[in-house]
Design a protein around this ligand. Structure first.
Ligand code: GRG
Length: 298
């Protein structure tokens, strides 16, 4: 299959759904609206919503019911990037080759833009008309919203980010590094996949297989991110090579070296793909995405 074509098609689908779901700018503060749009449409790969859609379709899910949930994941991801770039956190001037939100709109509006995206995501997933329209059971929707909250909060991304910040400049052991990766980055990726499986009515075996896949590609995603940080292939996008090293961040390359990190990423991707052995062609996009994550350069 042509994975680039698939990713572009799904990205377009997500982009137009985000346009539909976002509150109209005239309905609230113009600056806040501009800041939210600026970051949400800054050229992200949309990998989390695409994983939700791919997982939904892999278990036989049909129609557009996955879209509000998939878009909610992109909103949460965008909030995390806006906050992560702030001076109090990573203090980055550029993301995706563009000035970061706070460089354009100031810190206060950027904090609010992140807050707005996080809350709008939960509003979107819990909207009565959407639930009614797609005829989802309330119990299922509640379960998914709870899982997304858990993956985003103290026991997920926020918790991982806190340990990451506290670990800067310290020597950390491998279990701590694993904790940071699985929580800061892995949790949102895993829940994106699980929500697709659940909304597509996966049985227990398929949900387990997809969770196994999700845990592994979440880790691959972060290892590759660490490798790209060392290699500096993203300099054209305004990212500085070796920023993790300068901040004293422990990473896969700093613990294992570059070559071993690459080997581990490939091994994990292989294991992720293996988890899908009971699926047929319908899981090909997920298989291809695992390799896309290993090979990505941005
Ligand atoms: C502020 C609560 C809070 C959490 C921040 C996301 C995050 C946690 C930190 C970002 C640091 C970072 C670069 C983590 C590596 C993994 C990651 C999230 C990379 C960016 O995701 P992509 O590549 O981004 O999917 P695009 O630009 O495609 O949307």
């Amino acid at each position: 299959m042509d994975i680039q074509k698939y990713l572009q098609e799904k990205k377009d689908l997500v982009d137009s759904a985000l346009e539909r779901y976002l509150p109209k700018e005239e309905e609230f503060s113009a600056t806040l609206g501009q800041a939210v749009r600026y970051s949400l449409f800054a050229g992200g790969k949309r990998i989390r919503p695409i994983l939700s859609i791919a997982s939904f379709e892999a278990v036989g899910g049909k129609g557009d019911g996955i879209l509000p949930f998939a878009c909610a994941m992109e909103m949460i991801h965008t909030y995390s990037l806006i906050h992560d770039d702030l001076p109090a956190m990573d203090n980055d001037d550029y993301r995706r080759g563009k000035l970061t939100c706070h460089k354009v709109f100031g810190e206060a509006i950027s904090i609010l833009a992140g807050d707005a995206l996080l809350t709008e995501a939960f509003k979107l997933m819990s909207q009565r008309p959407l639930i009614d329209h797609f005829q989802f059971e309330e119990r299922l929707v509640l379960e998914i919203i709870n899982e997304v909250a858990s993956a985003s909060g103290i026991f997920g991304m926020v918790g991982g980010q806190a340990v990451d910040i506290e670990s800067e400049g310290k020597e950390i052991d491998f279990p701590t590094l694993q904790y940071i990766h699985t929580h800061k980055t892995g949790a949102l990726i895993l829940v994106s996949i699980r929500m697709g499986a659940k909304l597509g009515r996966a049985d227990e075996d398929r949900l387990r297989a997809l969770s196994h896949y999700g845990e592994r590609i979440g880790l691959v995603f972060q290892i590759v991110d660490d490798i790209l940080n060392v290699q500096g292939k993203r300099e054209l996008l305004g990212k500085t090579t070796g920023s993790d090293l300068r901040r004293g961040k422990a990473t896969y390359p700093s613990l294992f070296g570059l070559e071993e990190s690459k080997r581990k990423a490939e091994e994990l991707a292989e294991s992720a793909v293996q988890s899908l052995s009971s699926f047929g062609l319908e899981a090909d996009p997920l298989r291809e995405i695992a390799w896309f994550i290993v090979k990505r350069e941005i």
